[in-house]
Design a protein around this ligand. Structure first.
Ligand code: SAM
Length: 286
């Protein structure tokens, strides 16, 4: 039960601090109790948990997280919101608000300076949509990855992240390498104030302890990017073009990896990319 509706709280806080939602920072505040409840249920936060939140905004998710978790570190770019958060959530002694751009925040350093070095943590956020993909990459490629990611994001992006072979993209490969993504719920624009132009989705990623296929990350993505460099082209052509290697070398890699040369990148599973990467390494084609 809530003593004040989220919509009323959101408008009250904005008025009290003389603020307006900043479109440029994708400030669409969550005002739907049902979505908040589903998010908390999916996050399964216990007092053992450390949670990193990106973009706490007016603190709607933050206070629910802080009420359940052992520690919460929330990273907010907007300085005025940081002041508001520090004042309105001052009663939570387990909460730290950092005024910084998340993409310029070294997560390993942040945890270390908070006395949480080497501890597992969860990432929970209603993400600023304009940086959804960079934020996911930032955390998944960090030295210290979260064990679980639970984020609200644009529905289409979430759908492309959970894609299966035939609809794969570089984005799907790069998330599925690190974890198992699942859409928990689609969320209508009316769940936010002001409503965004797009439908959203709550996406959960169970992050693997190590990548799904054993590869060297840089050369793996060099190969995957090459495969996707020309939309709907056969792999024999796109890989040759993307890596700048001969057709013969490309065919040799494909044959060793057990992939038919006329296949297209969209049809490839993660395991098949792993085999192709292994084949290129074994043949030492650079
Ligand atoms: N968590 C709040 C909620 O659910 O109501 C607000 C979510 S709102 C979609 C996104 C938040 O991210 C805003 O508070 C915005 O100021 C913040 N933000 C935008 N860009 C950011 C960045 N680069 N680093 C950290 N926070 C950012």
């Amino acid at each position: 039960m809530y003593d004040e509706s989220l919509s009323a709280r959101t408008k009250r806080l904005l008025a009290q601090y003389g603020l307006r939602p900043r479109k440029g920072l994708a400030q669409n505040f969550l005002i739907d109790h049902g979505v908040l409840d589903v998010t908390m249920e999916a996050a399964q936060i216990t007092s053992e948990d450390i949670v990193v939140e990106v973009g706490p905004g007016l603190g709607t998710l933050t206070r629910e997280l802080a009420a359940r978790a052992g520690r919460v570190i929330a990273i907010e770019l907007d300085e005025k919101l940081t002041v508001l958060l520090r004042e309105s959530l001052a009663s939570f002694t387990n909460l730290t608000i950092i005024n910084q751009d998340v993409l310029e925040t070294d997560i390993a350093e942040l945890l270390k300076s908070s006395g949480l070095e080497g501890k597992p943590y969860k990432l929970v956020a209603n993400l600023p949509y304009y940086i959804t993909q960079p934020v996911l990459r930032h955390f998944l490629e960090s030295k210290v990855k979260p064990t679980l990611i639970l984020v609200l994001m644009q529905k289409e992006v979430a759908q492309s992240i959970i894609a299966k072979p035939d609809d794969m993209s570089i984005l799907a490969v790069s998330i599925q390498l690190y974890g198992k993504p699942k859409i928990i719920k689609k969320v209508a624009p009316g769940a936010f104030y002001p409503p965004p132009d797009v439908t959203s989705a709550l996406l959960k990623i169970d992050v693997f302890p190590k990548p799904a296929v054993p590869v060297e990350i840089d050369s793996f993505f060099q190969l995957v990017r090459a495969g996707f460099c020309a939309a709907r082209k056969q792999l024999a052509n796109s890989i040759s073009q993307g890596l700048g290697i001969s057709k013969e070398e490309t065919l040799a890699i494909l044959e060793k990896g057990g992939i038919a040369p006329e296949r297209r990148a969209e049809t490839m599973s993660l395991e098949e990319w792993g085999k192709l990467w292994r084949a290129r390494e074994d043949l030492n084609v650079k």
